[in-house]
Design a binder for this molecule. Structure first.
Ligand SMILES: [Zn+2]
Length: 350
């Protein structure tokens, strides 16, 4: 079913939230056009660059080693874009990551990314089933995939919402997202380079915001939750998954080590380096209690932290039935949730 189109929310200046000039030629999903016309802010006069048709609306664009490496990878992907398949581009991107980031896990990450579209679709379905149970409403307005990565969630959202925005800080990921959208020529999807701490959209621009596999890479969650709430319309809904810091069952998913989260946060980085020689810079798992504090601050009582649907992680449905049964047992259910591998979070803006 193709949803009724709604207007795509127009990006604004992430600093002063004034309208932008020259956004007309915006990203055409499925092609890396060479458009490089910057967009200027009508309020504060800031100028935002555009690369491969994608506007860069990060408030802070100070050059960094990460940025340079990402830009070089994006250039390589863009050069290969039209001749390569999505899988080939993903493999190309992963082949360019530094050894200190992947250390023996390159094939694991590549395989993970290639399986993501199916998992992402199950997760989007699971998110909406969960939301409808707790905050009934059904899809409405435009959707924002906050931290859309290589675009796995965008296709599922485009089948549900009349307009979709994918926002992501990494340019090479956005090139992959463009490729992922190539198979959906009619989809109304806008790709924006930006950060969750300063969303380049006006208040109430979205009916739905989601974060898939993102919260654990947000080091300062409070401003991101503030911004998420701001861009939600009244009655708008937010869903996210979060890998649990205090997970008793599984290894830390990014570095395959047990028990990292039980260490104080400042010891985690040196411990991972000592054990695996992997830089653990951009990951910080949140516990049930930490998530609760972050959400309560902004959403008051209008949030729930629940068991995930394990089928969305490729696990058998049998496990889900078992978890649901144990989850209903008083005390034991709450205890299991606190030490379960992941959480799903649902909120609604009243
Ligand atoms: Zn401005």
């Amino acid at each position: 079913m193709i949803p009724n189109p709604v207007p795509i929310p127009q990006p604004v200046c992430p600093v002063c939230r004034s309208p932008l000039r020259d956004t007309a030629a915006d990203a055409r999903p499925g092609s890396v056009d060479a458009a490089q016309d910057p967009a200027g802010c009508a309020g504060c006069g800031a100028v935002y660059p555009r690369l491969y048709g994608i506007l860069d609306l990060r408030p802070d664009r100070t050059p960094s080693a990460w940025d340079d490496a990402d830009r070089e990878t994006a250039d390589v992907l863009a050069a290969a874009f039209s001749a390569a398949t999505y899988s080939e581009l993903v493999a190309l991107q992963q082949s360019r990551r530094r050894e200190s980031e992947v250390r023996g896990m390159r094939a694991h990450y590549t395989g993970y990314l290639l399986g993501q579209e199916d998992r992402s679709r199950s997760m989007v379905d699971g998110f909406h089933a969960g939301l409808d149970r707790i905050f009934p409403g059904g899809p409405a307005g435009a959707a924002l995939d906050l931290g859309c990565g290589s675009g796995a969630g965008l296709a599922a959202l485009a089948g549900m919402y009349g307009a979709v925005v994918g926002l992501e800080p990494g340019l090479s990921n956005l090139i992959l997202a463009k490729k992922a959208l190539e198979s959906l020529p009619g989809a109304r999807v806008l790709l924006i380079r930006g950060v969750g701490q300063a969303l380049p959209f006006g208040d109430g621009a979205f009916g739905y915001v989601q974060m898939q596999n993102v919260i654990e890479h947000v080091l300062d969650a409070d401003p991101v939750v503030d911004e998420t709430r701001r861009v939600l319309a009244a009655g708008g809904r937010f869903a996210a998954d979060s890998r649990n810091r205090y997970d008793l069952f599984r290894r830390e998913p990014h570095v395959h080590l047990r028990g990292v989260g039980f260490l104080p946060v400042r010891w985690q980085k040196p411990y991972v380096w000592f054990r695996k020689r992997i830089r653990y810079e951009q990951t910080r798992l949140w516990s049930y209690g930490e998530l609760k504090r972050i959400l309560k601050r902004r959403f008051g009582k209008d949030f729930r932290i629940v068991f995930p649907v394990l089928a969305a992680y490729g696990q058998s449905g049998y496990l889900d039935r078992w978890v649901r049964r144990v989850g209903r047992i008083p005390c034991l259910g709450g205890l299991l949730l606190r030490f379960f591998p992941s959480h799903w979070v649902f909120t609604c803006k009243r």
